[in-house]
Design a protein around this ligand. Sequence first.
Ligand SMILES: Cc1cc2nc3c(=O)[nH]c(=O)nc-3n(C[C@H](O)[C@H](O)[C@H](O)COP(=O)(O)OP(=O)(O)OC[C@H]3O[C@@H](n4cnc5c(N)ncnc54)[C@H](O)[C@@H]3O)c2cc1C
Length: 433
Amino acid sequence: MRYDSIIIGGGLAGLTSAIRCAEAGLKTAVISFGESSLTFASGAIDILGYHSDGSVVQSPFPAVAKLAESNPNHPYSKVGVDTLKQGLHRFCHHLDVAGVPMASQSEDNHWRTTALGSLRPAWLYQPGMMPLPIKQPAKGIQRIAIVNIAGFRDFQPSLAVAGLKQHPAFQQARITSKTITARELGLETRNPFELRSIELARALNHADNFQRLTNALGGAAGSSDLLIIPAVLEDSLGRSRIPELSQKIGCQIMEVASLPPSLPGLRIANALKRQFNKLGGMLIEGDLVEKGNFDNGRLVSIETHYNKDLPLYANHFVLASGSFFSKGLLSKQNRIIEPTFDLDVEAPSDRSLWASGKFLDSKAHHFIEYGVSCNQQLQPTRQGLPIENMYCVGSVLAGFNPVAEGSAGGVSIATGFHAAEQIIAAYQACAGN
Ligand SMILES: Cc1cc2nc3c(=O)[nH]c(=O)nc-3n(C[C@H](O)[C@H](O)[C@H](O)COP(=O)(O)OP(=O)(O)OC[C@H]3O[C@@H](n4cnc5c(N)ncnc54)[C@H](O)[C@@H]3O)c2cc1C
């Protein structure tokens, strides 16, 4: 089988590349083995949350421009702010069309609240997430009720209360935790072990159950200014039902992503897959790309676990296999490797440099910055030789620290979009000749 472009990995970076290629009319396939890290993500998109000295970024785009200038190896430096903005614009367009609109507070970051009650800077948010302003996060909020459903173990309100109380802005606020029972929601006949975010969302989407939830949360809200609940509500198309609930109860409601599966992260993953399919793309899930066949500085074809005898050919390839989390990178005794194609990786061989002595180091561990080494066009090398028809995108790339910087989503979208634009330009150049 021959394609114009094949993308290896179907996370945020891979799907961004794939959608852009398919949109431009290229015959495109995505091959992805497991769930991507969107299953774990908050569902907000970070562009740049922290400066290198650890201080919080208020306006991400000027800060990205500065970072790109001072750090030429950073993926943002290779891609540039304009491409980042274009990629984000297309990302928002596709999510909008797929029914999962994303919004921002103009050009500024906001605080998103985590399930542990800590605040992290982010740029894009989904309806129902309720962004808190960076300068005065607690403005107008004196009483907060954090509510869970008994039996739902992937969210612990007492931890969220303790976490939020630690933030200086919320020290004067009255923060309480409450639990509503499955019986109040008409769910008492269900096995309590079934109460995961996806099953709850399905059950609570029934009209009777949604009404019971509205009544129960209305009671729990009391005179609160803000109700915080885990993200367990959406309609059958994956659209958040928080705005509707908020209007019915007459209180501001904020949903926070629970432990995985994270419903807001899955909403993005499913919406991007829907868009890719709609544009005629071929999505092959559950198969692992195991090797590539190279010839004269080009990747000619790839072989997968289930189709070893049927190599897949393409003119261009994008590697979007993620970081250690998704096995896009692996650590050996004294080496970090890219396991599928054995691409050159930027990482010291001295293992003692990989991690800091403190497990919860606020600066994040160095291994997070390691990855495939690429040129300005995001093209990798293999044994020092460039591969001219291959691009690397997202967290498989070297040169950035998504945890310390709060930059994972932005880098994935910007690099995924940039790789696709270069593939499209190569086709346009051929067509013009
Ligand atoms: C716990 C967690 C929380 C996060 N929260 C946020 C957040 O709040 N905001 C934000 O902006 N970002 C967040 N992110 C990061 C965000 O999801 C990133 O954009 C992401 O980590 C990078 O995406 P990716 O597409 O490069 O890789 P991944 O999402 O890791 O996807 C890689 C995919 O490639 C597949 N794969 C790997 N090797 C192969 C192979 N050989 N053949 C076929 N398939 C393969 C994997 O199975 C996986 O599906 C979070 C990430 C994690 C891990």
